[in-house]
Design a protein around this ligand. Structure first.
Ligand SMILES: [Zn+2]
Length: 142
């Protein structure tokens, strides 16, 4: 198969790229207490229920919980960038980069509404020539 026909891969296994429809993030939701977690787990760490987790599609809307403006990173990583932790609507908390905002404390507010967007992971390819899709946060459109 030609390299150009290769389908991009998700950067993390909780990012789903369906053949039809938009990408989305998948969490694990407890059937007993409705707590939502990222990543596979057999038991609920909120209520302790066993074998009660089921996959759930996470919201693309959330609120900025905390952020850090990163000024130094590995060679080849463009700085400054904004590393953020976001609480998604309906549950799920995850870390990612906040983009499409000026990386200054004056422009970024705790609790500000953000949305999840999906795009190519900075044009990087692995040894086999696979490209990757990642998720990012950006300020929600009013
Ligand atoms: Zn639970």
């Amino acid at each position: 198969m030609a390299d150009a026909a290769k389908k991009p891969l998700p950067v993390v296994d909780f990012l789903k790229l369906p053949d039809i429809g938009a990408p989305y993030l998948e969490g694990q939701k407890c059937k007993k207490c409705s707590a939502v977690f990222i990543g596979p787990r057999a038991h609920c760490s909120k209520c302790g229920a066993r074998d009660s987790m089921e996959a759930t599609r996470l919201s693309n809307q959330g609120q900025l919980y905390v952020f850090s403006i990163v000024h130094r990173s590995f060679p080849g990583v463009e700085v400054p960038y904004v590393s953020a932790v976001v609480d998604l609507e309906g549950g799920g908390t995850l870390k990612g980069n906040l983009i499409n905002v000026e990386p200054t404390p004056e422009k970024i507010k705790l609790g500000m509404p953000v949305e999840v967007v999906y795009k190519d992971a900075l044009g990087r390819k692995d040894r086999e020539g696979n490209s990757y899709v990642s998720y990012f946060f950006q300020p929600a459109k009013a």
